[in-house]
Design a protein around this ligand. Structure first.
Ligand code: ADP
Length: 401
């Protein structure tokens, strides 16, 4: 079964065609960037040696999808693509794996304001796919799905129960595909599934997840992606009354505060506007910039607190795994976050931590808690889920839509 996985950003489209029946082999992959500009870039590679590099004007995702489909024609006929799988983010009252038809798309639309950076571009792109690949099922694996196993005490907020039920206000959690991949990887590496694991997906957007016996029991993102540990330019956990204080004392409008929290906070805001990128903040911190040092130190401290609280929630700890651009690459963040957790059995080996390869165990010989760096593979999780969904729904086949 051949499955096309597409990752949609506000100005990008990334894709990978996988042959699930042939060792989950990648047949083709590529990306369009700067979609919406005069100088969009497009790159495609495939196993048959196909290679395309071009700069063109892609005013919308439509042109990027058309270019991708042109390139894929040389790899496999469109009717052999069993489905297109999407790592969709959030929908009101809907989670798990879903056929992306109008009711589900409308449920995503209902949470556009909760996931403003993610839902609108996905919706626009999915509707274009429906036009451009009219006979191919479009399947979404929601990022909230892995966290559906959280118990009520982890997902309920202390707001009036009726209001929460009416509006679907609760902790949902995100980065489900990554946490699922990481937890499966760690279980395979340790040869056991009865694990108390903290999975740390730390990228431009970050979350931690307490995974007990392979199931999410708590996670740091909530109703939206605007909480937990800080993100590149998005805020993490704060006191909600800061919002009202800003309205009253500074006369800020809800829109201005939304912009502040979702675009001007996190590393960017805390560092005094140095950058969205942790590498730049670490460099400025090394040169003595106090705000940059505060940003790095607070970030690591927040991670440490989540690890400690999740160890408490799980009754101990067997492993910690780091994934994402920061989790894989920032030795400093790992070291600062784990220092002080020795009382839990966490003992990081400074030499192994300095420049690890994906898959390495960074813990000291004989330490009770394993510390892994994992190259996450969200596409593979989405492809497996889409394949399983299709197998369970033999009535839905390519060509039938
Ligand atoms: P996204 O959430 O956008 O998918 P990534 O997982 O690609 O993000 O991670 C992006 C983040 O990883 C950026 O903040 C970047 O600074 C950080 N990063 C990448 N390489 C390094 C590195 N060598 N040291 C520190 N941070 C890094």
């Amino acid at each position: 079964m051949k499955i096309l996985i597409c990752n949609v950003g506000s100005t990008s489209l990334k894709y990978r065609l996988l042959d699930m029946g042939d060792g989950e082999r990648s047949l083709a992959w590529g990306k369009a960037e700067r979609v919406g500009s005069e100088e969009s870039t497009f790159a495609h590679d495939d196993l048959q040696g196909g290679r395309v590099r071009l700069t063109a004007s892609f005013p919308t995702h439509r042109e990027a999808i058309q270019e991708m489909l042109r390139c894929l024609e040389g790899v496999t006929p469109q009717e052999e693509i069993a489905c297109v799988g999407f790592k969709v983010v959030h929908a009101k009252g809907v989670t798990g794996v879903q056929l992306l038809e109008e009711p589900v798309l409308q449920a995503m639309e209902a949470y556009n304001s909760v996931a403003p950076a993610h839902n609108p571009p996905y919706l626009a792109a999915i509707r274009l796919f429906a036009q451009l690949m009219p006979h191919t099922p479009l399947i979404g694996s929601f990022e909230t799905g892995f966290h559906a196993t959280m118990p009520p005490e982890a997902y309920l907020y202390s707001l009036p129960a009726e209001l929460c039920r009416e509006e679907g206000i609760r902790r949902y959690g995100f980065h489900g595909a990554s946490h699922e991949y990481v937890s499966q990887w760690v279980a395979a590496a340790m040869g056991r599934s009865d694990l108390r694991l903290v999975s740390c997906h730390l990228g431009g957007s970050g979350s931690l997840c307490a995974v007990k016996d392979g199931r999410s029991i708590d996670t740091s993102l909530g109703f939206s992606l605007q909480c937990g540990v800080m993100h590149n330019n998005r805020i993490g956990d704060i006191d909600p009354f800061i919002t009202f204080y800003l309205m009253e004392a500074k006369g800020m409008s809800p829109q201005e505060i939304k912009e502040l929290y979702s675009k001007k906070s996190g590393f960017y805001g805390m560092s005094g506007g140095i950058s969205n990128d942790l590498r730049d903040i670490e460099a400025a911190a090394a040169q003595g910039n106090q705000d940059a040092q505060n940003a790095v130190n607070s970030y690591a401290y927040q991670i440490k607190k989540y690890i400690g609280s999740y160890a408490a929630a799980m009754g101990g700890l067997d492993a910690i795994a780091f994934a994402g651009g920061i989790g894989e690459n920032s030795a400093q963040v790992r070291q600062k976050a784990l220092t002080g957790l020795e009382f839990l059995g966490v003992r990081l080996d400074p030499e192994k931590n300095a420049a690890p390869q994906p898959g390495d165990d960074l813990s000291q010989e004989g330490a009770p808690v394993r510390i892994y760096v994992v190259a996450t593979n969200e596409e593979l999780i989405v492809a497996r889920k889409a394949a399983a969904w299709l197998e369970a729904h033999p009535d839905v086949r390519a060509g039938d839509r």
